[in-house]
Ligand binder design. Sequence first.
Ligand code: M6R
Length: 375
Amino acid sequence: NKGKYMHYMQKEIHEQPESLTTTMRLIRGGACKSKTVLLRGLKDHLKTIRRSRRIVFVGCGTSYNAALASRPIVEELSGVPVTMEVASDLVDRQGPIYREDTAVFVSQSGETADTLQALDYALENGALCVGITNTVGSALARKTHCGVHIKAGCEIGVASTKASNWHFAYTSQIVVMAMLALAVGGDMISNETRREAIIDGLLDLPSKVKAVLKLDEEMKDLAELLISEQSLLVFGRGYNYATALEGALKVKEVALMHSEGILAGEMKHGPQPSNCFSCLSYLFHKHLFCCSKQQSVIQQLQARKGRLIVMCTKGDSASVSVGGSCRVIEVPHVEDCLQPVLNVIPLQLLAYHLTVLRGHNVAQTRNLAKSVTTQ
Ligand code: M6R
């Protein structure tokens, strides 16, 4: 039932405070009291994960992007190096996977053929295989040695926002992987302050997501402005490189507009934003925000003809010299590793409104299936 919403995608974007609360139950109760995270499905394997030579994140599409957003915090808290693999590419290359590795498979559906093939490959090579999926009883959940269920509820829209499918999946997957980082990081004294700040940040997320959802009308206005543009480049760095990739993926797959997520640090190495009509730049992370490199990317974008839209955390816009013509979207501030959860939401809203305004079918997106079970 779509209730007051026109489309399931819209409803699911707006239901993220609830889906995140459900995901967060994993850290409520006893676990929350001591500011620790209890992931029952992993507890017998945590020591092995901590002793791994490396953690390899494997996924496709949105699930890959969510893993990429979580990579820095897993590295920071666990001290274990994390590498990223697109599932199909790992299989194509028969890339090295060792017995000493922990391979973490991220898949909303748990049935994506490429991810399952990569899982078979990692199992053959003797790695500890961990699954992060929303689907209890899925092939991924059955075949991995251990794992975590996202528990974010059922999603009907085709492009992932929440957690049973791709919309909600992205935000809930990041939450689960932050929890994974906390669990693997354990109770090291040196991480105590950081750990507590992340747990507080996690518990605050649903209310902050609600606040971001209030940007709906603003994102609709922006979609009206961008409706006939041919291209949208999304720049991000640090934690928000994944946001740039995921935002661009949403715009491409639902609004059928060319869009690319670009690592802001690569700006000088090829991308030509002057050929594009619109550029979105991300500045969320506090110390990235202050970083002169990020400021110089903005200046370079401004110097070209593209329309520049800057997203930053509340109160920070005053200190960015973006110029009068630049549109600024402000989102609430949260602990850096959780900022991608908030930052992707305006882009989900933008993709949704662009789709509607461009007259595309939100419910039945061209060439888009709920889960990709073929290779
Ligand atoms: O079910 P999975 O998470 O394994 O699906 C992976 C991708 O096929 C999926 O995320 C895809 O990129 C969606 N179109 C994203 O909206």
